[in-house]
Design a binder for this molecule. Structure first.
Ligand code: GLU
Length: 451
């Protein structure tokens, strides 16, 4: 393959039909085309296949464009089949005048009783074979395809004709698409031969399946098959590309996390598998989390701030301290809204409400001990100057006492006084985020509650 690639500029296309929201399977097709083009210094064409006027919708085309832009897959050329009807007409006319296709009067349409006219391809009924870059040699006897329909009329080409004409006119060298198109290939090769077009190389990529090995479909999986769902969920474009690349392809090494540039470098058609690829949302979350770790902390804090400020009166300073804690608990930015809704972050911004008894550590026999420990902790913390309430400083101040009295007995009440929750980050982290003034106030409130 590599040697052939050197001789000719590689031109590939992503050719979605705008009949639904951009599907993860299509995104992966776009990705493989994009990677292959960029890796080889080739051309990546976006072609909207909207010949089916009833099912094609502008909103779907916009969704496709938005998705590709979000992913950063910039195309070098753009076409819309609905704007190329004159071209198809020219080819159709020629096919008919060459006797390679013919107008046929159909006596179907039982409902209307009308006789419809269609254009049928004159099938040479022969064996054809093509070498698929992923699946190897594929042979097909075209006889069973009969004289298939290539247009409803000279004005209305159908799918196969439009695809073949466009691939030819656009100089497509490699057709990389889903395995569900394998059965279309023999028809398309026949048309190529009839219009005198060369055969492109084919690479049919395995389907994406769910855990039960069923095809990932809108009917079964709802919005989770659409890219827009993951955009809304706050996934990172690079993580989506990374995860989808691993569906059907593997680098042949243990590396799993790739930036888009690294994918362009590492991608190879030879390492695409034949068998179906199993989609796992868990794995995708993991990949996204790994990508979050690649982002500089200040940028992450900025993103988190944009979300948090809609819910709480906060500032960048506070969010910067909070963001490692949040990052620890999310796999995508969309999870932050869930944390907020579950009121998991509320105590960072509002004094918690709780019963005095919860302040008592389970190892202590009475709440008097809790009170003594909290009072003493308060006095130790009082010695740390305002503005120096770092994790290290509060730890240093309290640790000796905590070791002496028992960590649980000192740290549990303190942590509870600050968060009002059974589970939260440790008290030192909390104090660092809340600052001295707020910490002191919350401990005093706890002491009042005990009285
Ligand atoms: N328009 C077709 C689809 O959306 C793809 C055609 C092709 O890649 O050849 O499934």
């Amino acid at each position: 393959m590599k040697t052939e690639n050197k001789n000719k500029k590689i031109i590939v296309r992503f050719a979605p039909s705008p009949t639904g929201f951009l599907h993860l399977g299509s995104v992966r097709t776009a990705l493989f085309n994009y990677l292959f083009a960029r890796q080889n210094g080739g051309k990546f064409i976006l072609r909207i296949e909207d010949t089916d006027k009833e099912r094609s919708k502008k909103e779907y085309e916009e969704d496709i464009a938005r998705g590709l832009k979000w992913l950063g897959f910039s195309s070098d050329e753009f076409y819309r089949q609905s704007e190329r009807e004159d071209t198809y007409k020219k080819y159709l006319k020629k096919l008919v005048s060459d006797g390679k296709a013919y107008v046929s009067k159909e006596s179907d349409s039982a409902e209307t009783g009308k006789r419809a006219e269609v254009i049928r391809f004159k099938n040479p009924n022969k064996k054809i074979s093509f070498s698929d870059m992923i699946r190897g040699e594929i042979e097909f006897d075209t006889t069973e395809l009969k004289d298939f329909i290539i247009a409803k009329s000279i004005e209305e080409p159908l799918f196969h004709l439009a695809v073949v004409v466009d691939d030819f006119e656009m100089g497509i060298t490699h057709v990389i698409r889903g395995e569900d198109h394998i059965s279309n290939t023999p028809r398309q090769i026949l048309i190529q031969e009839a219009i005198g077009a060369p055969n492109p190389f084919y690479a049919h990529i395995p389907l994406i399946l769910d855990k039960d090995r069923a095809k990932l479909s809108k009917r079964k999986h709802g919005e989770k098959v659409s890219l827009s769902y993951y955009i809304k969920k706050g996934y990172l474009p690079a993580a989506m590309a990374n995860y989808l690349s691993l569906l059907g392809w593997n680098p042949g090494t243990a590396q799993e996390i790739f930036t888009l540039d690294e994918l362009i470098e590492a991608f190879s058609m030879e390492k695409i598998q034949k068998g179906g690829a199993i989609f796992s949302e868990e794995k995708m979350k993991w990949v996204n989390k790994e990508h979050l770790k690649l982002i500089p902390p200040d940028d992450i804090a900025g993103e988190i701030y944009k979300i948090m400020k809609n819910f709480y009166d906060t500032d960048m300073e506070c969010v910067k301290k909070l963001s490692p804690i949040i990052l620890d608990r999310i796999s995508s930015f969309g999870d932050i809204a869930d944390l907020i809704e579950a009121r998991e972050l509320e105590y960072f911004f509002k004094k918690p409400d709780y019963e005095a008894n919860s302040l008592k550590w389970k190892g202590d026999s009475d709440i008097e001990t809790t009170k003594t420990n909290l009072k003493y902790a308060l006095s130790l913390l009082g010695d740390i100057p305002e503005g120096q309430f770092t994790v290290d400083n509060t730890k240093k101040a309290l640790f000796g006492y905590a070791e002496q009295k028992g960590k649980g007995s000192v740290l549990w009440p303190l942590r509870f006084a600050l968060s009002g929750r059974d589970k939260s980050p440790d008290p030192f982290t909390l104090m660092n985020i809340l600052g001295k003034k707020e910490t002191v106030e919350r401990i005093k409130i706890a002491l009042q509650k005990i009285q």
